[in-house]
Design a protein around this ligand. Sequence first.
Ligand SMILES: NC(=O)c1ccc[n+]([C@@H]2O[C@H](COP(=O)([O-])OP(=O)(O)OC[C@H]3O[C@@H](n4cnc5c(N)ncnc54)[C@H](OP(=O)(O)O)[C@@H]3O)[C@@H](O)[C@H]2O)c1
Length: 255
Amino acid sequence: MIEINLTGRKALVTGGSRGIGAGIVQILAQCNALVSFTYKQNVQAANQLCQEFQGKAQVLAFCTPAENIDAMRATVKKAAQAMGGLDILVHNVGALWPAQLQELELKEWNRGIEMNLTTAFIALKAAYPYLRKVPRGDIVLISSSAVIDGGGGSAFYAAAKAGVEGMMKALMRELPQKNIHINTIHPCVVDTDLFRVRYDTHEKRAKVSKQVPLGRLGKPEDIGYLVAFLCSQMGGFICGQSILVDGGRTMWRKT
Ligand SMILES: NC(=O)c1ccc[n+]([C@@H]2O[C@H](COP(=O)([O-])OP(=O)(O)OC[C@H]3O[C@@H](n4cnc5c(N)ncnc54)[C@H](OP(=O)(O)O)[C@@H]3O)[C@@H](O)[C@H]2O)c1
């Protein structure tokens, strides 16, 4: 029987207390990886997730603002010390709020780029010294189907998420030589708090799920399964890829 076994691998997931990040933490821990995650403020959600694995797997939480490079460096150091190293980075932090061009001011644009693109650079800078030392490092960047269809409700979001993909392509020229795999996942309509800000009623969510050929919204673990696969032996020859996890919605809506 083939199974995804991440025994001995040490992962850090940014923004892991809720939503997609929490789904990734759960699946990695279920595959027997050691997992640390960051969050911003929701201590209760972070503690709950750690408790879920108490006595079963090591899951550690760090309150760390993703936009602060010093804080991220300190957290990566502490997480690597606690886990005995670091060989997987999943950068998942992102933020979205609707804003039309007319109302979008430069300050808000800059904040959107900071949250969705600069945080990815910061996480990579903080994790790279550890990833380059291990026999195989993995980086998985969480972007968005917005890079394909411009969705999400604001120009900064699609622009920043496309920037994440561009960054991956540039880093393909240097990271694989250091045995670091890098891939990007584009989620779409995953039922999380972020999603529910935009689709805040049952009716709106039901309407969106009808746009998905597979007939349902995504679940955080749908993204977690792909992360685990990419970071396992089975993903050993996959590098520099952008993969949609969207139930077919993005392509279907284009046809
Ligand atoms: N949901 C979707 O349909 C969808 C679609 C496409 C792409 N995505 C992308 O997937 C990623 C996760 O989305 P989600 O829907 O799971 O979001 P979410 O429900 O809003 O969860 C966000 C997570 O990130 C943490 N976080 C937020 N700001 C942070 C900061 N400044 N520093 C550190 N941690 C921070 C939150 O921590 P606290 O608990 O402390 O607040 C929480 O754990 C994002 O990059 C998003 O753009 C989502």
